[in-house]
Design a protein around this ligand. Structure first.
Ligand code: GDP
Ligand code: MN
Length: 400
């Protein structure tokens, strides 16, 4: 046993010295070090900021503006009834709520069966003649809004009853133009794909909160987004831009703050299989890449009042890092093969296989692969000029 171990160690050290002379291995080490320092450095910076108090003038609970909730609902017959019931259960004075549902005739027809639950609120059902696309549908609905605050909510998202109340008080400071909230993954326990999404939320929201406390976050979620009507004017509807994040960077550029708050909660499902997960993440990624690139351009021109490190770090993490993350394991594999480092390879595979027994590490690995892959696909599609404002609904996320 012992001579074998000595031989193993001896070979390992020899391989290591060979590897350290390999150019590709050096590139691998440098790239990994660069990537880790950048992402961890940013995370530490925002996570510190996330624990600081808000520098906002938020008045007491008495601030209760009139709110218009817009629900864009294209072919959502399965979930629209549940969504209406959810709105009916919100803790907010009914006479201060207007609800506008905009969708295809079939969804609107189904919605009619549930609107009685919204008694006391102003309700408007708008039929779309042909599919408009989410952003254009929102702009159409916006024309009919009477609220001081406009809220948008996807048909498949369920708000917690105190969400509106919690979110709206931030608008008592006139610098605030928009507020987004905290997603709870309703099917987190289903499998590794949904579980990893929940695991990721913790890091994700620490970043959003830190950015918001520093000034603003550029990343909003259409499942729960509130806007001050007088600043909003219209939802961003250019092809390739999303209605939420696309609108938010315009508001930040105009000098307002757009913030994520942890106490405005909503639940929705994460895609429960690999194909749908990549599809969703790359579709959302395409929009995000466009918006973050635009923000970087504004920043370079001195037209964007968000600290440079937030703009650059988000651009790095969503546009460059995915490609780097895919390149890193390839570089390692190539250098191991080139140096015929057999013992090192066996050791690495053994470590990797053992750590995969841990559920959280498995989920992190899933996340690493799916997000790098999805965002790389998104980048390639954007470079190739594939833009779209219409998208296919992901059916597996509507199973209730
Ligand atoms: P995802 O969460 O990114 O997968 O996007 P969803 O498929 O959930 O769409 C977000 C919301 O926009 C849902 O409530 C959809 O019904 C709605 N939506 C998407 N396209 C259209 C459209 O063309 N018209 C309308 N009115 N709503 C749409
Ligand atoms: Mn959705």
């Amino acid at each position: 046993m012992e001579p074998l171990l000595t031989e193993f160690t001896y070979r390992f050290i020899k391989e290591l010295s060979l590897l350290l002379n390999d150019d590709i291995f050096i590139v691998f080490i440098s790239l990994t070090a660069f990537h880790l320092t950048t992402t961890l450095g940013y995370f530490i910076y925002v996570s510190r900021a996330s624990r600081k108090p808000w520098n906002l003038k938020i008045s007491s609970d008495s601030y209760e503006p009139y709110i218009s909730i817009i629900v864009p609902a294209y072919k959502e017959t399965k979930v629209i009834g549940r969504k209406i019931e959810n709105i009916a259960n919100l803790y907010y004075p009914k006479h201060k709520l207007q609800v506008i549902i905009v969708g295809d005739p079939e969804t609107i027809n189904v919605a009619k069966n549930s609107v009685h639950m919204l008694y006391g609120m102003k309700v408007l059902l708008l039929e779309e003649k042909g599919r408009l696309g989410k952003a254009i549908a929102l702009n159409y609905a916006l024309k009919f809004t009477e609220g001081e605050i406009i809220a948008t909510s996807d048909a498949d998202a369920i708000w917690s009853p105190d969400t509106l109340k919690n979110a709206v008080k931030y608008f008592s400071d006139p610098i605030v133009a928009a507020v987004t909230g905290h997603e709870i993954i309703s099917n987190a326990s289903k499998n590794i794909h949904t579980y990893s999404e929940q695991l990721y939320r913790k890091t994700y929201y620490t970043m959003r909160l830190g950015e918001s406390k520093i000034w603003s976050t550029m990343i909003f979620q259409g499942e729960l987004a509130l806007y001050r009507r007088s600043y909003l004017k219209h939802f961003e509807s250019r092809p390739g831009y999303s209605d939420d994040t696309g609108t938010v960077i315009r508001l930040i550029k105009e000098g307002y703050r757009c913030i994520y708050i942890p106490e405005a909660k909503f639940a929705d499902a994460a895609p429960p299989n690999l194909k749908d997960k990549i599809k969703l993440k790359s579709r959302r990624g395409q929009h995000l890449i466009n918006v973050l690139t635009e923000a970087l351009k504004y920043k370079i021109k001195g037209m964007f009042p968000l600290p440079v490190c937030i703009v650059v770090a988000n651009f790095y993490m969503h546009v460059l890092a995915p490609i780097i993350q895919l390149t890193i394991p390839i570089l390692l594999a190539v250098s191991l093969i080139r140096s015929t480092a057999l013992v090192t390879s066996i050791l690495l595979v053994a470590i990797l296989a053992t750590s995969m027994l841990n559920k959280n590490i498995r989920a992190l690995a899933e996340l690493y692969i799916t997000s790098s892959l999805a965002l790389s696909i998104a980048l390639i599609r954007n470079i190739m000029g594939m833009k779209s404002t219409l998208w296919e609904r992901i059916e597996s996320m509507r199973e209730i």
